[in-house]
Design a binder for this molecule. Structure first.
Ligand code: PLP
Length: 418
């Protein structure tokens, strides 16, 4: 089969059996078939190499197939890949201990699942169960997943409107607005769910003190604070968990994406002893998952956390992120008519264009030049750069150069069309 035949055959299968509308969208953007991954690169069906600056929307903090994670998973595969769910499981217990030791003091317990949305489902359920309250406060443009419960807190009408009624009692407030948040949180509020930096909302950083204000209001009213660190966690923003920056300990934290080391899918709800007592004391099986906490995924999680710590990837995220941010800002300075803003923390960076269409055109131009990025789901004007934290200086320089060339090309096209 030639590479072209292989591409056509995959697209045909998408059209016939996966999702023809998605096939159209991916083809329109010019995305190829992914075949291999190694370090910061993805290789397509023609063997073409792409610098992965999308990083699986935050999944590939350690890059593709990090050898330590692959080795840990292979070793586990030969021992016990799946848990029988009746006996104690050592691998899961060890990962729970490591997460408790790595997250802010006070977060001591873990429930494992398989994705970010599932982690959010668990956290919302625990908050309702522990407080015996019904109201949930979430943020406009926040993204917490697309299963029915998590979707109820994903603040974008486009995703919700077809599926109403969703969970009752969810109230949305503008992200970053302390007064609006304080005004709606009351004695009926079970929880506030918040991303420390909005990912899909367009890499939006709240004003300094916002997370502390949420913590304070929750403590005043007895509501629980859920920090959704599915995308920001595991060193992405230049600290291990983004809520550390404000010295805040939430009652519940959700993790997924990079927790599996870019090799296995895994999600986790991390919580305090007080929440765990309230949720599980009268029924240890009140929340369960057949595949959640499976040893293969947990072995990957252990290797991921160890690698991040031992290879200094949090510091690397800070350093390479700062370099990438300043490079992208210098491109913005030359093209202020097209680029409205460049912002971010660590290796979580957003470039906001002045028009919606520019992002998509730039994505296509960068793909042609061997680099993969995408726009944020709740804000198509913002291109996100979330490269692996293992990215090096040379690769950052390539990313900036490629972005600059893409913007230049798009500008030429737009001038031509004028
Ligand atoms: N929460 C946040 C902050 C996310 O960014 C995402 C996914 O992008 C989710 C939850 C949902 O995760 P998943 O796609 O694994 O269900």
């Amino acid at each position: 089969m030639t590479p072209e035949e292989r591409f056509s055959s995959v697209v045909k299968k998408y059209n016939a059996h996966v999702n023809p509308y998605l096939a159209k969208l991916l083809s329109f953007a010019g995305f190829p078939v992914e075949v291999n991954g190694e370090g910061c690169y993805i290789y397509d069906h023609e063997g073409k190499k792409y610098l992965d600056c999308l990083g699986g929307y935050g999944t590939f903090a350690l890059g593709h197939r990090h050898p330590r994670v692959v080795e840990a998973v292979k070793k586990q595969l030969d021992a016990l890949p799946m848990s029988g769910k009746a006996f104690f499981n050592e691998t899961m217990a060890t990962l729970a201990e490591k997460i408790a030791q790595s997250t802010p003091v006070g977060l001591e317990f873990c429930f494992f699942c398989n994705s970010g949305a599932e982690a959010v489902e668990g956290a919302l359920k625990f908050a309702k169960g522990a407080t015996q309250r019904h109201k949930i406060v979430s943020m406009i443009d926040g993204f917490h997943g697309k299963t029915l419960g998590s979707l109820s807190t994903t603040g974008r009408e486009k995703y919700q409107s077809k599926y109403v009624p969703l969970l009752p009692g969810v109230v949305f407030v503008p992200f970053g607005d302390v007064e609006a948040m304080r005004a709606v949180v009351d004695k009926d509020t079970a929880c506030i769910i918040v991303e420390p930096i909005q990912g899909e909302g367009g890499i939006r950083i709240p004003p300094e003190g916002y997370l502390r204000a949420i913590r304070a209001r929750c403590t005043e009213t007895g509501a629980l604070m859920i920090a959704d660190e599915v995308q920001t966690g595991m060193g992405r923003t230049g600290v291990l968990f983004a809520c550390e920056r404000e010295g805040v300990t939430p009652d519940l934290m959700t993790l997924a994406k990079a927790l599996g080391g870019g090799v296995m899918p895994i999600g986790a709800v991390v919580g305090t002893a007080k929440v765990w007592d309230a949720v599980f004391a009268d029924n240890p099986l009140t929340h369960t998952s057949t595949f959640g906490g499976n040893p293969l995924a947990c072995a990957a999680g252990i290797a991921a956390l160890d690698t991040i710590r031992e290879e200094g990837l949090v510091e690397q995220s800070q350093m390479m992120g700062a370099m990438l941010l300043s490079g992208l800002m210098s491109v913005r300075d030359k093209h202020k008519d097209l680029i409205a803003d460049v912002r971010g923390r660590g290796c979580m960076i957003g470039v906001e264009f002045s028009m919606d269409e520019i992002g998509e055109l730039c994505v296509a131009q960068m793909l042609i030049r061997g680099m993969c990025v995408a726009y944020t789901l709740n804000n198509p004007r913002v291109l996100r750069f979330e490269p692996p934290l293992i990215i090096n200086e040379e690769q950052v320089a390539f990313a900036v150069k490629t972005f600059e060339e893409a913007v230049h090309e798009v500008k030429n096209v737009l001038t031509y069309l004028d």
